[in-house]
Design a protein around this ligand. Structure first.
Ligand code: ADP
Ligand code: MG
Length: 354
């Protein structure tokens, strides 16, 4: 039995069905990220788990108990929002202790917990400050401490990093993950940032327009995307569209040149037009030799990105981008050059749609 069991969850606002169907089993201690573009329903799912929205259908069970009828304060959840939602007229200590005070804990216990939380977020000196005296990153640390202070069964984080500067965002991302691991706290994290999702999560739920597109580990989602949407959203940039030559043997024709996928073309029929995804870092310049795929084309773009030089090769209808490392000893190839590129048979991933 999973710790959090969400089944058939739906939400409509009037005629607008914003969560069409959401099913997820979360293990205790797991860090799950809901990833998708703005408006796809991530916040709505989180708010239903928190109790701020009533589901139109479906069930949410936590620790074996149905919670969808309970008020937010009866659910034992901690939540952090994108915008700093600290109480402006309370000190940091009062903010962090707020939930415990509501729960009528004795003051010495509250003080001890607040002190412990401040040490945990590495800000032991700021207990008496007010939110306006803190930086954005410090405010979000305090918001996190406030959410964790009540020892919730589950932590809900709704884009808590997206209002912060890039540098603080990255360091706080690592801090949150380390903290989550230390505490072993089950976490649902929402973001539209694929890098955040890939770097922090045990598993990712990719969402699009109220639907779940794919659920998997960062490794699975990045390497083996099921749909074009997932593939482009997590940065697997290359799509090869062509004809299935022999589905059983994994043979596929790209602009008249044949490749083989060892990952299979199950569900595709011979002669059908389909699309395969291919990661840029799987592709190298030069012909592949035995057991690899080779395609010949012309370089149409060379982008010098610093440590990486991205090269785009056109075959006919299809193009492939590949990454080479910058090498001061050898200038990159030139636009207009004819080249052969190669990649493994295991690197071609069939997408569900053409
Ligand atoms: P995300 O967090 O992925 O950006 P949301 O869950 O906030 O998406 O919103 C999903 C859709 O539901 C959006 O189209 C949004 O406009 C709509 N929506 C969210 N909350 C409400 C509400 N209280 N009333 C009406 N529509 C809403
Ligand atoms: Mg949102």
């Amino acid at each position: 039995m999973s710790f959090l069991e969400i089944t058939g969850l739906q939400k409509s606002f009037g005629a607008n069905q914003v969560v069409k169907r959401f099913d997820l089993s979360v293990q205790k201690g797991e860090f799950i990220t809901l990833l998708g573009p703005s408006g796809c329903g991530k916040t709505t799912v989180l708010r239903m788990v928190a109790g701020f929205e009533t589901p139109s259908a479906g069930s949410i069970r936590m620790d074996g108990k149905e919670i969808s009828g309970l008020a937010p304060n009866q659910r034992n959840v901690g939540m952090v929002f994108q915008a700093y939602a600290l109480f402006p007229n309370m000190t940091v200590a009062e903010n962090i202790g707020f939930g415990l005070k509501i729960a009528k804990k004795p003051q010495p216990e509250i003080d001890a917990r607040v002190k412990q939380m401040l040490e945990m977020i590495k800000l032991p000196q700021i207990a008496d400050r007010y939110p306006f005296q803190l930086s954005g990153g410090q405010q979000q640390r305090v918001a996190l401490a406030r959410a964790i202070a009540v020892r919730p069964k589950i932590l809900l984080l709704d884009e808590p990093l997206s209002a912060l500067d890039a540098k603080i965002r990255v360091s706080l991302r690592d801090e949150i993950r380390v903290l989550q691991q230390e505490l072993g706290i089950t976490t649902l994290f929402v973001t539209h940032d694929q890098e955040e999702a890939l770097s922090m999560s045990d598993r990712i739920v990719v969402m699009s327009a109220g639907q779940m597109e794919q659920v998997g580990t960062p490794f699975e989602i990045y390497n083996f995307p099921k749909t074009r949407f997932v593939s482009s959203f997590v940065g697997t940039l290359n799509f090869l569209t062509g004809k299935v030559v022999d589905a059983a043997a994994g043979r596929f024709s790209v602009d008249g040149q044949e490749v083989i996928t060892s990952r299979g073309l199950q569900g595709a029929s011979n002669g059908e037009t389909r699309t395969l995804a291919l990661r840029p870092e799987a592709v190298v310049l030069g012909s592949g030799g035995e057991g690899r795929n080779s395609l010949t084309g012309r370089i149409e773009l060379v982008s010098f990105l610093g440590s990486i030089v991205r090269i785009r090769v056109r075959f006919n209808e299809n193009v492939v981008s590949l990454d080479t490392f910058n090498n001061p000893g050898a200038p990159p190839p030139q636009m207009g050059e004819d080249v052969t590129v190669s990649f493994g048979r295991g690197d071609l991933q069939l997408l569900e749609e053409a």
